[in-house]
Ligand binder design. Structure first.
Ligand SMILES: *Cc1c(COP(=O)(O)O)cnc(C)c1O
Length: 481
């Protein structure tokens, strides 16, 4: 370090170009023409500040000079970054199908194209084309939902948390709602059934214990004040062992006698029997309606495989109350959701089509053989591209995620990567910084890409990005700051 203290910092500072001179340069003028003078100015100031700070702490003249020479390039990338959307597609190599942090259910390209066609212009969102007057935004998918689930009426709000709140506010405000202690769930993001109930203005009456609730518990809890019985599907955890709960079919007679509705929050919202595909049976919406539930709600972007939404189906007299509730205005879905929901639900008219065309169902039902074929093809492509890492495939297990079927493990296949020149931690970080970031699983000092959550068309994207040697060479960082 000694000997470098006498470097001439003043001279270095003076060699930084003046702002007005810089702005006249061709390269910067081109940036102004392409973007705007304001953003370029902002980038100039940010980069100049960074450069001065760098020089202030820099101990080597050569390095400082290098940074000064890179100023224009840094301004260019800074402006470009300002104009690059931060939210983008990522490649999900974790094998968790409904990854809440990664946006839960992916929507198919075909459906998004159709939605784009609708949303780039005006639409009949709330316009009845038959009658030539105001229509209802739920009309596009209400009939479909009724047909698929067997319910009398349907609507949708922003998400299932909102659906629970709207239902309770519409049917039980100022009264009591009886719910089992074994069903007072907290779903990620601090959403707790008891808290939502409080917000809705309905008082919670807890019955039973964590592991056991009996019919008598409900019967004894029902009073003049009781406005509804609530069942919550414990979708994100399982109480196992010495347990007992009361099925919806047992609650129906009690509710009928007291003339109150039975509400069921199903959480995941499965519309097909998943046990056919080797997945643990999840109660379907149809089953709940068939057993007599008056109102059922579920998420649009969990096992249904659609957009974020809280779907409510049930008896018309209750749904009508909800449609009239003032809260509905605050919780209503937008045109993107309404359009996507219709397309996704239409696929359910044929189970075969749903499993083929909805990415979530396709991923869930993909066999291990299919994942093995996919993994072989991806590893072959990576090897052909001479990616500097040890590449192999190995069996692994995928998860459903999103708080659905928490214990379920689906046998799958992963492509494994062991970088030759950098650490796994470093590699993982670089994968996150790619133009199309790759989010892998890291196990035993190895990078795993579970191909179940990666579509085949993304293989080229992966290979193309990893072929770029910088991702795997010793020092990929071009910018030292
Ligand atoms: C996931 C879940 C919710 C919340 O659904 P969002 O659509 O995420 O708001 C509510 N209840 C249950 C039982 C759930 O599993």
């Amino acid at each position: 370090m000694e000997g470098k203290k006498d470097m001439n910092k003043n001279m270095l500072y003076r060699s930084i170009p003046k702002v007005d001179v810089l702005l006249e340069e061709e390269q910067i003028q081109a940036l102004i023409a392409r973007y705007s003078r304001d953003t370029v100015m902002e980038a100039v100031h940010i980069e100049m500040d960074k450069l001065r700070k760098y020089i202030a702490q820099c101990e080597e003249e050569e390095k400082a000079k290098k940074q000064i020479s890179l100023l224009r390039e840094h301004i260019e990338s800074s402006v470009a970054a300002m104009h690059t959307p931060n939210m983008r597609m990522v490649i999900n190599g974790t094998g968790t199908i409904l990854h809440t942090n990664l946006g839960r259910a992916p929507i198919s390209r075909e459906h998004i194209k159709r939605v784009a066609d609708i949303a780039t212009g005006y639409s009949n969102l709330e316009y009845n084309l038959e009658a030539g007057r105001r229509g209802e935004r739920y009309s596009h998918f209400e009939k479909l939902l009724c047909k698929i689930t067997g319910a009398e009426a349907a609507m949708a709000v922003n998400n299932n948390a909102a659906a629970v709140m709207l239902i309770l506010s519409s049917l039980a405000k100022g009264g009591e709602v009886v719910v089992s202690r074994g069903e007072l769930v907290e779903i990620g993001g601090k959403f707790r059934i008891p808290d939502v109930m409080e917000q809705s203005g309905a008082a919670l009456v807890e019955v039973g214990t964590t592991n056991k609730t009996h019919y008598d518990d409900y019967e004894n809890a029902v009073t003049e004040e009781t406005k509804a019985l609530l069942k919550v599907h414990t979708s994100n955890y399982r109480i196992v062992g010495f347990t007992d709960s009361v099925g919806i079919d047992e609650l129906i007679p009690l509710a009928r006698e007291r003339e109150i509705p039975v509400i069921e929050d199903l959480g995941s919202g499965v519309l097909i029997d998943l046990s056919k595909y080797g997945i643990t049976y999840e109660p379907t919406v149809q089953e709940s309606i068939r057993k007599g539930a008056d109102v059922v709600c579920f998420s649009g972007d969990k096992l249904l495989g659609g957009p974020q939404a809280g779907i409510i189906v049930g008896k018309k007299k209750y749904i009508d109350k909800m449609k009239k509730n003032q809260l509905t205005r605050a919780l209503r879905i937008d045109k993107f959701t309404a359009a996507t929901l219709e397309l996704v639900l239409q696929e359910y008219l044929s189970e075969e089509k749903a499993v083929q065309n909805l990415p979530v169902l396709r991923m869930i039902t993909e066999t291990q053989d299919e994942t093995q074929k996919k993994a072989k093809s991806l590893s072959r492509m990576l090897k052909l591209a001479a990616v500097p890492a040890k590449i192999d495939i190995q069996p692994c297990e995928s998860q459903i995620g999103g708080g659905s079927l928490p214990l379920e493990r689906i046998p799958s296949t992963a492509v494994t990567l062991q970088p030759e020149r950098i650490s796994v931690t470093e590699f993982e970080e670089r994968l996150r910084h790619l133009p199309v970031p790759i989010i892998p699983r890291t196990v035993n000092d190895m990078i795993l890409l579970d191909v179940r959550t990666i579509e085949s068309w993304q293989f080229r994207q992966i290979t193309g990005q990893l072929k770029d040697l910088k991702v795997l060479e010793e020092s990929g960082a071009s910018n030292e700051r």
